[in-house]
Design a protein around this ligand. Structure first.
Ligand code: SAM
Ligand code: SF4
Length: 351
């Protein structure tokens, strides 16, 4: 990808000197978590996420890495304590480590609790050590099957061995790993217990996710949708699952699997709406801020960030957006409603 190499990033604010604001939405929820999709591009084409032939955004529309850094810092001044970089595949964005190092310095300075990443794992052999050095401690790696052929079918362009090597590199680097698995009817549903067993054996947490109706894909989502209530029922006939209060700041509800001793999360946007405790907003790589993953309302922060060198316009735009954060989403997957609930793909808003 051609993009000018970032020239200058801000130096970290001295410890404790970053002003601490607070963003409270109209429903009394504090917004402390920002997810940033740093690119809509990806080296995989997972069937539930993208169509095989995608038209990606023109590069000129993207925020530069410096602009992304500026927006993240504006959010930190307003009370964001946790940042997750996602995509598309965040590690395919050119020079992404420059941004990660810059934001990681804020974790080291105590101005941010956590900088983390959601990745498909394909680039981890190259980046794992650098991520750790930059201040990243935990990553989410998406993996839906341990069968190489099935993996190639689900991801269309991915190779399982590449991801396995990436996981090994991440572990060696000292990164804590959580596996994200989308539950896919007829594709990996029989393999879910084996995936949990494997993840816990490796010392990884694992979270199961329901498919969400985001963006047009080549197939029919009703064919893929597997309610996690059903999965949980089946798992309970095999294992003892005990609810635990463990939280990572995300929407997953966790159980401990007594027999494996590991943690298992469920993200259930369809069977159990989790909006009441939503603490996050999402920024796309073009600077659109989505106040809810499941709604179309957004705020253009690109215009705000480019309006002036100072951050007043940007901060005012953020305040205005938060005052419009909706109560929640309304996902439905059924055959009568063929169009996705929201038109944009998950790779645009980030998972
Ligand atoms: N490429 C990275 C990856 O796959 O981890 C980061 C971006 S990806 C969009 C983030 C997460 O969203 C992945 O765990 C992926 O499985 C999940 N995802 C993508 N499309 C989804 C959909 N329609 N419903 C539910 N999860 C989805
Ligand atoms: Fe790429 Fe992640 Fe979407 Fe798969 S889920 S196509 S790896 S962005």
């Amino acid at each position: 990808m051609s993009e000018t190499v970032p020239i200058e990033f801000q130096t970290p604010s001295p410890k404790g000197e970053m002003p601490k604001g607070e963003m409270i939405d109209p429903f009394g929820r504090a917004v402390t978590y920002l997810r940033v999709s740093v690119t809509d591009r990806c080296d995989f084409r997972c069937t539930y996420c993208m169509a095989e032939h995608m038209t990606f955004l023109p590069k000129k529309d993207l925020l530069s890495l410096e602009e992304l850094d500026r927006v993240c810092r504006a959010f930190m001044r307003k009370g964001v304590r946790k940042l997750r970089l996602t995509g598309g595949e965040p590690l395919v964005r050119r020079n992404i480590m420059t941004l990660i190092r810059s934001l990681g310095a804020e974790v080291k300075a105590g101005n941010l609790d956590e900088l983390t990443l959601t990745t498909n794992g394909s680039q981890l052999t190259r980046f794992a050590d650098e991520l750790y050095e930059a201040g990243v401690r935990r990553i989410n790696v998406s993996l839906d099957t341990l069968d190489p052929e099935k993996f190639a079918k689900i991801t269309r362009w991915g190779r399982l061995d590449q991801v396995m090597k990436g996981l090994e590199a991440a572990r060696r680097a000292g990164l804590q790993i959580k596996i994200n698995t989308v539950a896919l009817k007829g594709e990996n549903e029989d393999e879910i217990p084996a995936l949990i067993d494997w993840a816990h054996g490796e010392g990884f947490d694992i979270t199961l996710i329901e498919t969400m109706p985001l963006g047009d894909i080549d197939g029919d989502r009703t064919d893929q949708y597997l309610p996690l209530s059903k999965v949980r029922e089946r798992l309970e006939s095999r294992w003892t699952l005990s609810d635990i209060p463990y939280k990572t700041g995300g929407p997953a509800r966790y159980v401990e699997v007594k027999e494996t001793g590991g943690r298992l999360g469920f993200i259930t946007p369809l069977t159990h709406n989790f909006c009441e405790s939503c603490n996050r907003v999402r920024l796309t790589c073009t600077g659109q801020l989505f106040m809810c993953l499941g709604q179309d309302d957004d705020k253009d922060l690109r215009e705000a960030v480019r309006a002036s060198e100072g951050d007043e316009v940007l901060e005012a735009a953020i305040d205005e957006a938060i005052s419009r954060k909706p109560k929640g989403h309304d996902f439905i997957i059924d055959r009568k409603r063929q169009a996705p609930a929201v038109k944009r793909h998950m790779s645009m808003t980030g998972g």
